[in-house]
Design a protein around this ligand. Structure first.
Ligand SMILES: [Zn+2]
Length: 118
């Protein structure tokens, strides 16, 4: 059986197999991240739990796209700054935009949080 666990889809940390219990006190196996406690669904069998965890980890293509996304977000930030410096955006507008981005980041983190606690 291939026990190899992919790194955590949330933080890239190391994952480990854990044992939990359902409502009927049956033993269930799940995989949890050692660093951020992100976890996948619980299963009766270890192999299922490992498959579920590994399916959850993004493939390299997705990771690449997310990295590209982050890079573009950085570019937008730079452009907004340039606009402000060029007088196309007031300090107030710029700060408002920055605050909105921060909120967006928090919302994304929260989504991850929720899917982890499943
Ligand atoms: Zn993690």
């Amino acid at each position: 059986m291939n026990d190899k666990l992919k790194p955590c889809p949330f933080c890239g940390g190391e994952a480990d197999v854990s044992i939990g219990h359902n409502g009927e006190n049956e033993e269930l196996i799940y995989v949890e991240c050692v660093s951020c406690a992100g976890m996948a669904n619980m299963y009766k069998y270890r192999a299922e739990a490992i498959t579920a965890w590994n399916a959850r980890t993004k493939d390299p293509q997705v990771a690449d796209l997310q990295a590209e996304n982050k890079r573009l977000e950085g570019e937008i930030k730079k452009l907004k700054k340039d606009m402000k410096d060029a007088g196309l955006l007031t300090e107030e507008e710029f700060n408002k935009w920055m605050a909105e981005q921060a909120l967006k980041d928090t919302a994304n983190t929260h989504i991850n949080c929720k899917s982890m606690k499943k």
